[in-house]
Design a protein around this ligand. Structure first.
Ligand SMILES: C[S@@+](CC[C@H](N)C(=O)[O-])C[C@H]1O[C@@H](n2cnc3c(N)ncnc32)[C@H](O)[C@@H]1O
Length: 204
C-alpha cells in the first residue's frame, strides 16, 4: 500500500485508539481493509469483541451488511487462565456491554452491528454463509480449536478467516496452534496476508 493510502486509512479509523482493547495500528488496518473488500450485504462474524475496538475497525471498512459481535461481555476468558486475570483487572465497574454499545454509538458505527451476548458455541447454528470470520475469543488451544471447528466450515468460498494473536514462535497459544496445526494443514484455506499478529486466510 502507498504511504498516502496508509495515511488515509489511519485517519479513517483513528478513533479505534480511543477504545480499550488489543490491536496494533497494522492489525486495525488489516481488519479495515479485509472488511472493505467484502461484497455488498456481507456477513462478518466476530468472536470476542470486548469493548469494540476490532468491531469498530470492521464496521468502518464494511460497505454494507452486518457484523455479528459475539461475546459474553463478562470478562470470561474461557480456558485461558492468563487472559482471565488480565480481563478481570481491566474490567472496571461498568457493564461491559454498556461500554461496547456506548463506544459503537459514540463513534457512529452502531447501525451495522448485531450483538450476540453469550458464548460462541451458542450461536454457530445461527449462521449459514459467512464472508469474514474473525476469531479473537477464547485464546486457549481447546477454545480456539472449538471456534475453528464450529465456524470455519461456514465461511463461503473466497471468504476470509482471521485470527488475532498468531505468533509463530508461541505454539502454546490457541491461535498459533490452530493456524499451524489445523488451518495450514487443511486444504480449506490459503494464506492471504499477515498484519503483525493478525493472520488472514482465504477459503478455497
Ligand atoms: C482478546 S478479547 C477481544 C478483543 C477485541 N477483539 C478487541 O479488538 O479489543 C477476547 C474476548 O473474547 C471473549 N470470549 C472468551 N471466550 C469466548 C467465547 N467462547 N465466545 C465469545 N467470546 C469469548 C472474552 O470475554 C473477551 O471479551
Amino acid at each position: 500500500m502507498t504511504k498516502l493510502g496508509e495515511f488515509l486509512i489511519s485517519k479513517r479509523i483513528s478513533n479505534y485508539k480511543k477504545i480499550d482493547g488489543w490491536l496494533s495500528q497494522s492489525e486495525a488496518t488489516g481488519l479495515y481493509l479485509t472488511a472493505s473488500m467484502l461484497p455488498l450485504a456481507a456477513v462478518i462474524v466476530e468472536i470476542g469483541s470486548w469493548q469494540g475496538k476490532s468491531t469498530f475497525c470492521l464496521a468502518k471498512g464494511l460497505r454494507s451488511g452486518k457484523i455479528y459481535a459475539i461475546d459474553p461481555f463478562n470478562a470470561d476468558a474461557g480456558f485461558d487462565v492468563e487472559s482471565s486475570q488480565v480481563y478481570t483487572a481491566l474490567k472496571g465497574t461498568r457493564d461491559l456491554l454498556d461500554i461496547f454499545n456506548d463506544n459503537m454509538k459514540n463513534f457512529n458505527v452502531e447501525k451495522n452491528i448485531v450483538v450476540k451476548k453469550g458464548y460462541s458455541e451458542q450461536f454457530a447454528k445461527d449462521f449459514d454463509l459467512i464472508d469474514f470470520l474473525f476469531i479473537d475469543g477464547d485464546h486457549s488451544i481447546a477454545g480456539c480449536k472449538k471456534d475453528y471447528q464450529l465456524y470455519s466450515g461456514k465461511v463461503r468460498k473466497g471468504g476470509f478467516i482471521a485470527f488475532h494473536d498468531y505468533y509463530s514462535d508461541r505454539p502454546e497459544l490457541g491461535p498459533t496452534y490452530v493456524v499451524d496445526e489445523l488451518v495450514k494443514k487443511s486444504d480449506e484455506f490459503i494464506f492471504y496476508k499477515q498484519f503483525d499478529s493478525l493472520w488472514i486466510g482465504i477459503k478455497r
